[in-house]
Design a protein around this ligand. Structure first.
Ligand code: IFM
Length: 453
């Protein structure tokens, strides 16, 4: 397979969806404005040592005020879709209307934003949950509590009633792995929990809230396409030994199949459940049927593959698998392996094993240590090459029969990269945080040329 002959836009179907992706907490700022409530990330940022550069999201990219120019920037690229997320505590400051009422100013902001997209010919793709849970809900257990499912349904109802006439693409959750495992087990994301059992229960509630939200969204947004976005990884074993092959299978169970199997009607994978033992979630009658409610598309976020070796000591968790770094491969500044063939393998696997009607690549991107030149340019050759080679891979997956219908670059802007603060830049546009100036990097300029043919 060659990854050097980058396809042209016209090599993709005419109705292919080309977009850029963002999320509320990472770009909006206005953390305490217009009645917005506290989110778990606001709280987490204030805890010493949680964020590598000690930063917070109070200002971020100030998108709350600068959104017209950000949408202009997106339009200037030639994308036809814009993926954003709603900050739940901006709409329901205390998580539910019973506790803190509905914040009209928050809804009005998203009204303006969506109208702004439509005026610019950008199809709004709205993610309901990209990790900024109202702190008030976390105080009651967050996603470990079944009450948060009910709260999510109310939130979904409020938002889709308001925007459902104009937003025709809805994503319930972004990357449950991160909002559950990294947040309730690994302790690296808000709220910083350290319990596998909590993480598994949180994960069950996130998936349940997804399934139960689908009929609501369909009711309030007639004709809308509804899906969920998962972060998925192609997984290989470090060696051909039976032990490593089994470890790779176990790791895949928690990393990928734990989400895909129940969403596609198979329930939780039995092998993974057995290994979880007491940490397995409490599941009520009817939950699995709800989780398996059919969707219109599966959102896939692809960043990197993983290689796995056996870990008999279980020091890396109950899957008894540890990650192994492949020597000599290209990596981003995060250390993530750059592997366009991994994207082809991943999409082929999801298509073969689960056959979603449509796959949308809702995120793909890279972080490198960008330098703004005195001339005001950012020569991000590695990101540009990353983008080109992943589009080549995407075309190969399409040619192989995978029903992928859209690509969203992560991200339009450099932004708040969670526990890494502002140290990691993923944007195709550089943000000078001191002035809030946006500068298209060479990768962004190339994406624009690609899109304009
Ligand atoms: O910045 C994140 C995003 O919020 C979710 N997907 C991965 C991105 C890069 O880490």
């Amino acid at each position: 397979m060659s990854f050097h002959n980058t396809p042209q836009r016209h090599d993709f179907p005419a109705d292919f969806c080309w977009g850029v992706s963002t999320s509320s907490f990472q770009i909006e700022g206005a953390g305490q404005e217009d009645g917005k409530g506290e989110s778990i990330w606001d709280r987490f940022c204030r805890e010493p040592g949680r964020i590598r550069d000690g930063a917070d999201g109070l200002v971020a990219c100030d998108h709350y005020h600068l959104w017209p120019q950000d949408l202009d920037l997106a339009r200037s690229l030639g994308v036809n879709a814009y993926r954003f997320s709603i900050a739940w505590p901006r709409v329901l400051p205390q998580g539910t209307s019973a506790r803190g009422g509905v914040n009209e100013a928050g809804l009005a902001f998203y009204d303006r934003l969506v109208d702004g997209m439509l005026e610019r010919g950008l199809d709004p793709w709205c993610t309901l949950y990209h990790w900024d849970l109202p702190q008030a809900l976390q105080d009651g257990g967050g996603w470990t509590s079944r009450e948060t499912v009910a709260a999510f349904l109310e939130y979904t109802d409020v938002v889709t009633r308001r925007l459902g006439d104009r937003v025709k693409h809805w994503i319930t959750h972004n990357e449950p792995w991160c909002s559950c495992m990294m947040s309730y087990w690994e302790g690296v994301h808000a709220p910083g929990g350290r319990s596998l059992a909590d993480a598994m229960q949180a994960c069950h509630h996130v998936l349940l809230s997804h399934g139960q939200a689908i009929p609501l969204i369909r009711r309030n947004a007639p004709g809308a396409q509804v899906g969920i976005t998962l972060s998925l990884h192609p997984i290989t074993s470090a060696t051909d030994s039976a032990e490593d092959l089994a470890a790779a299978r176990r790791h895949d169970g928690l990393r990928n199949r734990w989400f895909l199997d129940p969403l596609f009607g198979r329930g939780y994978p039995a092998d993974t459940l057995a290994l979880l033992g007491d940490a397995a979630p409490a599941v009520q009658l009817g939950d699995l049927a709800d989780i398996a409610t059919p969707t219109d598309f599966l959102g896939v976020n692809y960043y990197f593959p993983e290689r796995v070796a056996d870990d008999p000591s279980a020091s890396h968790g109950p899957m008894r698998a540890r990650l192994v770094e492949t020597a000599g491969v290209e990596r981003t500044a995060f250390g993530w392996e750059v592997s366009p063939p991994g994207l082809v393998d991943l999409l082929a696997r999801v298509h073969r094993d689960y056959a979603p009607p449509v796959i949308q690549l809702t995120e793909n991107g890279s972080t490198f240590d960008d330098v703004l030149t005195p001339e005001g340019r950012v020569h991000d050759a590695q990101r540009l090459s990353y983008l080109q080679r992943h589009l080549t891979a995407l075309k190969q997956a399409l040619d192989a029969g995978v029903p992928v219908k859209g690509y969203f670059a992560w991200s339009l802007l450099d932004n708040f990269e969670w526990a890494e603060g502002y140290l990691r830049r993923f944007g195709i546009a550089y943000v000078d945080y001191a002035t809030q100036r946006r500068i298209l990097k060479d990768s962004g300029l190339w994406y624009g040329r690609f899109l304009k043919g």
